[in-house]
Write a protein that binds this ligand. Sequence first.
Ligand SMILES: Nc1ncnc2c1ncn2[C@@H]1O[C@H](COP(=O)(O)OP(=O)(O)OP(=O)(O)O)[C@@H](O)[C@H]1O
Ligand SMILES: [Mg+2]
Length: 232
Amino acid sequence: MLHRIPTYIKRLDEILGGGLTSGEISLVYGEAETAKTTLAMQCAVNCARRGYKTLFIDCDGTFSTKRLSQIASEDFEKISELVILARPKDFKEQAALIDQLNNYVAKGFGLIVVDTLTFLYRIEVSEKPEKTFMLNRELNRQMAWLAQVAKTQKLAVLVMSQVRNVFEEGCVEVEPVATRVLKFWADTIIFMKPTENPQIVSLTITKKSKTTQPFSCQLQICKNGLCDYSLD
Ligand SMILES: Nc1ncnc2c1ncn2[C@@H]1O[C@H](COP(=O)(O)OP(=O)(O)OP(=O)(O)O)[C@@H](O)[C@H]1O
Ligand SMILES: [Mg+2]
């Protein structure tokens, strides 16, 4: 069994205690272009390097084989066989796919990625605002089931979310879409923030099990994925 999926980003793995944890949900949220999908692909690649499959649920249709080949580098052929892509076209299809996860993932899977869990949800909410409450409950049901599958199948679940602006104490902050639902089910929460330099992102990592202050680090977006960044 795969207990941890390393990111192979030294500082991030130190903070995460070796990488993404099997049996748990990790939530990644942040503005556009903060390398959320890059991080997800990197985890899928490292999972494959350990011989385990990933079910990559590409809800926003941004999965790029070219980007995967940059990250997987010379192992691309071997790795691409272990990354199984699913593309739900609406929130209903996403729900059906998540409901049937046990039919897709079995022995040999180490990771499920949902990128982006709130993309099709947001479209549905904007088209049917009167159904927001019901849709939010449906999202909660999907997260609960993902948590259950993570535990029973002993694999890691990585959920990505977009952000929305909130006004707090006179300034604008961002938080994940459907923040209460997502944060309730996540064991680890990674917030990815842009910096003045478009190649550098700033991460804040909170672990539910730890009462310590959140951890933080800065990472660089490179050709073959995210890597450590330090000024010296
Ligand atoms: N080969 C590469 N070298 C350097 N940077 C790259 C390369 N390929 C992509 N990028 C950059 O990586 C950044 C992050 O892209 P990514 O798609 O991972 O972000 P994201 O947070 O998932 O965005 P979105 O919210 O739009 O889904 C982008 O700014 C993109 O320009
Ligand atoms: Mg993305």
